[in-house]
Design a protein around this ligand. Structure first.
Ligand SMILES: [Zn+2]
Length: 185
């Protein structure tokens, strides 16, 4: 249980460092807010995400040996539309719930605690870097199929596409049956 007047610590970093200090973290609730932009995905050499305007809001709860991290990543990312190849904005809302454990990870151990994913941090680590986890969750939140809503694709690209399909249909003239037809003339 938290003390009645739990101290709330709020850290706002608009450039995002994604670091939660573990050393000497006081009991109570700690809040962080990080901006997740285009450079973040560039640093992971991700070429699919062309732009990003996301905010990661984090609440770290410490109580005795327990350390819980709740992180919500919300905003928009820009990707390429699978159909017309124009830019496409997709909303992202990813929820990350972690339970941090100190010590070596054991393969036999359960890596979930209810709705929480368990992450293992070496006893000697002074801080916990959230960037890889945030990156993974945003990538998972992206749908496999990335296309504009009907009618919102680049009309120029669609015209080219349907012209290509019509040309492909034309080749059916050369099917074996039309050749047979000629033989029986
Ligand atoms: Zn499109």
């Amino acid at each position: 249980m938290l003390p009645l007047r739990a101290q709330i610590y709020l850290w706002v970093s608009m450039n995002g460092d994604f670091i939660i200090p573990l050393n000497g973290l006081a009991t109570g609730s700690h809040e962080y807010e990080w901006k997740v932009g285009k450079e973040f995905f560039e640093s992971f050499e991700n070429l699919e995400i062309l732009d990003a305007e996301l905010v990661a809001s984090v609440v770290v709860e410490k109580s005795g040996r327990y350390l819980g991290i709740d992180c919500e990543v919300e905003g928009d990312v820009t990707v390429e539309c699978d159909r017309c190849l124009d830019e496409l904005q997709m909303p992202i809302d990813a929820e990350i719930r972690l339970s941090v454990k100190y010590g070596e990870e054991e393969s036999s151990e359960e890596h979930r605690e209810g709705e929480r994913e368990v992450v293992f941090v070496p006893e000697t680590d002074a801080e916990f870097d959230m960037s890889q986890i945030i990156y993974d969750y945003v990538c998972l939140a992206l749908p496999m199929q990335r296309v504009h809503e009907d009618g919102e694709c680049n009309p120029e690209a669609i015209r080219h596409l349907s012209a290509g399909e019509a040309a492909a249909d034309g080749t059916e003239e050369n099917n074996p049956f039309s050749a047979l037809k000629d033989m029986f003339k």
